[in-house]
Write a protein that binds this ligand. Sequence first.
Ligand SMILES: Nc1ncnc2c1ncn2[C@@H]1O[C@H](COP(=O)(O)OP(=O)(O)OP(=O)(O)O)[C@@H](O)[C@H]1O
Ligand SMILES: [Mg+2]
Length: 1002
Amino acid sequence: MVGWILKKILGSKNQRELKRMMPIVRRINELEAPLQNLSDEALRAKTAAWKEELAKIPALEDQWKRLDEILPEAFAVVKNAARRLSDRKHSFTVCDQPMVWNMVHFDVQLLGGVVLHRGRIAEMATGEGKTLVATLPLYLNALTGRGAHLVTVNDYLARRDAEWMGQLYDFLGLTVGCIEHDQEPNVRREQYAMDITYGTNSEFGFDYLRDNGMATTREQQVQRGYYYAIVDEVDSILIDEARTPLIISGPTTISTHQYDKWKALIDQLVRKQTMLCNRVASEAIEKFEQGKIEEGGRLMFKVKLGQPRNKQLLRMMEDPDKRRAIDKAELSFYADSRKEELFALKEELFFTIDEKSNESDLSEQGRNFLNPDDPNAFVLPDLINEFTEIDLNPNLSDDEKERAKTERQQHCDAQAERIHNISQLLRAYCLFEKDVQYVIEDNKVVIVDEFTGRKMPGRRWSDGLHQAVEAKEGVQIDRETQTLATITIQNYFRLYQKLAGMTGTAETEAAEFHDIYKLDVNVIPTNRPVARKDHNDHIYKTRREKYNAVINEIRDCHSKEQPVLVGTVSVEASELVSRMLKREKIPHNVLNAKFHMQEAEIVARAGQPGTVTISTNMAGRGTDIKLGNRVAERGGLYVIGTERHEARRIDRQLRGRCARQGDPGASRFYVSFEDDLMRNFGAADRMTRIMERFGLEEGQELEHRWLNKSVETAQKRVEQRNYLIRKRTLDFDDVMNMQREVVYTYRNETIDSEEPRPLIYEVIDEAVPAKVKEYLAAERDEEPNYTGLLHWVNTTFPLGLTKEKAQFETRTVDENAQFLIGKIKDAYERKSSHEEPAAVKSLERYIILNAIDRLWQEHLYAMDALREGVYLRGYAQKDPLIEYKTEAYDMFVELMANIKNEVLHNLFRSTSNLQAFENFLATLPQFLLREHAPTAPSANAPAHARQPQPVGAMAGVAADGDGAGEMTLDLPVRRSVPKVGRNEPCPCGSGKKYKNCCGRVA
Ligand SMILES: Nc1ncnc2c1ncn2[C@@H]1O[C@H](COP(=O)(O)OP(=O)(O)OP(=O)(O)O)[C@@H](O)[C@H]1O
Ligand SMILES: [Mg+2]
């Protein structure tokens, strides 16, 4: 009831909004009429005039105001240009195919254009011509000269749409470009420089990462800002792709995983479990045969806990009686009063795996098997208790307590790592199937997108799962890579000043679009009424019966010459249907979203009489299926879904493939109780009862609209869960996103700076006082550490200060800072005056960029580790996200300080050429030269090196300089008690985490 009311309100809200836009549509058409009398030149001149006018408006806000004003006329101009091309039967080629222009914008398309211009999502059904709709707002927004982007789902569509719609832009005097996979940077730059640029989401995203994370000069960057983007198939990009971020990775130096070490044992453990489960299943069969239904159910529930995909189990779930007994056992065990029994049951297995929540857990038996000497190796210690005990121990000194705690903490970290490795391996073995979730190609694990069946080379599961699967398959475990740059597609799109989207299916996810992306959905009515018949689902007991029914249905249609499009949820299912059709000698095509262009051609022909096309849901998306001769009288295209998808949206999409533009068409889904969706989320119990009541015969189906409701309820449940998962991923990425913005901004500022010297001085001005404070601003009973400060100064800058010259005691902390700043700048001026000014500038930029890049990458690595780590803390009843946020913040503050310190550190260790360096040395205080002749430059930098290179010139200059030679560790005074957390940066200054550096356990 509530849902219905809600829909009423939402529905009417959409209506109201559209109604308010209708006058604009009328206005566009009014304005278009007189345009028909203009010459081509006069029409085109409008573009130039608007461009010129908008270029004179500096503020974006004001430009937008103006765009709103000219919208009706601008849309009219585009529509009029389309009319001219259509009247002339303008011919051209698109992706090497000849084409003739035959489109003039319909009113609903104008409406869609307005929605897109306003930064919203336009839901328009398949075949409504969204490609053409986008031309309106793209034209309008490109007039600002800021570059408008259209984002598509694959390379083929990007090129097709750019070439196709390019006819219109070209006619109107706007330029259009297209980003493709293997373009060189200079080509890419040209494409971005166009008024309008088409491309895929990953190309846009990777370009962003390369521009901001790797390019070291403006010239190397290809993008020119993020102003307006329309995302085509927006649901697919912002929702389906939301789980795997774009990652650019590179070699890593640190690796901690032990998957290869555990693989053999886990292999055995899984085999033992399989044997155990098979034995239990046989026992269960006996019990069932003896009529001991309850006992049988209990046994099979145990199998379900230990091996959710056990063959026997799946077979038994086909039998209503047994199924019911199993479900009953499950239900009763989850009752609170039986918690202990459930625990005991789990302990009879080696481990348990939960398919729904994707979690695994070792039992005592399992732990014993993995490590007979120390079963506790897989249990996290109770750190808080241990710490309290240490604190209360009167026999320990403060130092000893500290050490004991560090030791316990390290122990805990090692345990956590081990538990994590094992649990990932168990998941890899028990829940991830080869050729379903992934395929092996060139000795690599390639993820197969479960929604689309597309392979996603280059993407990796996070959290060590990918390595676990690599270990399982015995392929090279890619420990050699670490994240160099990463962003989720969502966060990339959030960069745009204005974002819009279009798709055939957004409504069911409207709440998510609104909450996460602030994108509102408007449902645009179709140009002609929809004539599609959506039949009720046919529901079968078993998969086998279901597929037989599907094949029968296809055979019927095929003999009537009605074309059929069979949609599957996975590549595996596509192949199954294909094999069955081959046996029946029914010719058909199979599409797996691998070869976009060829598949588009095949899909385009899917409406011809008698064709049978099998497709995973992504394949051929965006391609128009036109009905062949006399197909309409045979009922149009018939869409068969072989399974309900987890998301209703994907089902709607499949249905929408037929009956475009008022064509006839029909659709039906086939469902069985063995489908994953039904097994995991269906109202299994109720369904089983219904099935019993009807006393179904083999091969007989159930059909009722109430059953559709049950299926839908299951789908809603999964949608909700998936939404939460995506939200969570994004919450985590948000933390990183803020940091990324700060770092990338700093980086770009550096790259762009004509005069980098002020940036260098800024670092000196900030970092030096901070250091001075560390040494001198002593707390209560501590002495200012003058020696330490002097040592730091002399190991970082070639000032040759002595105690006598420094006279730190005579000044306040601030005065000392100012004194040092003056000296350092002075020395720096002297050093650089010996060098080529242009070379110095690029060297300075290089020093900053180098510090940012090196430390940022280490930071990313540490953040990965943190992310893994906080999940383990989840055991300790803490919210991982909050933990992550707090620690990430601290780490970031450290990072920024470290970057500055590194810049300082390299300031005098870098030179643009050797000669200059020698000149500089000649001016150094004589005692420095006498005692420590520098050798580094000649060793590290070849004299002919043109590129400015930082060299270790300071290595010997003043390392053990005057007055401070006795100090070995450069610890700031307040940390004189080494109270270094495992996750804190190592005090040795390496920038690594303590646990990965000096604090590493052998
Ligand atoms: N105004 C129009 N007049 C005539 N034909 C049109 C018009 N607009 C679009 N079409 C045609 O409709 C077909 C579908 O267009 P398009 O592929 O852009 O649809 P779509 O909405 O993007 O569908 P999908 O959801 O499959 O991506 C194309 O053949 C196109 O030529
Ligand atoms: Mg399209």
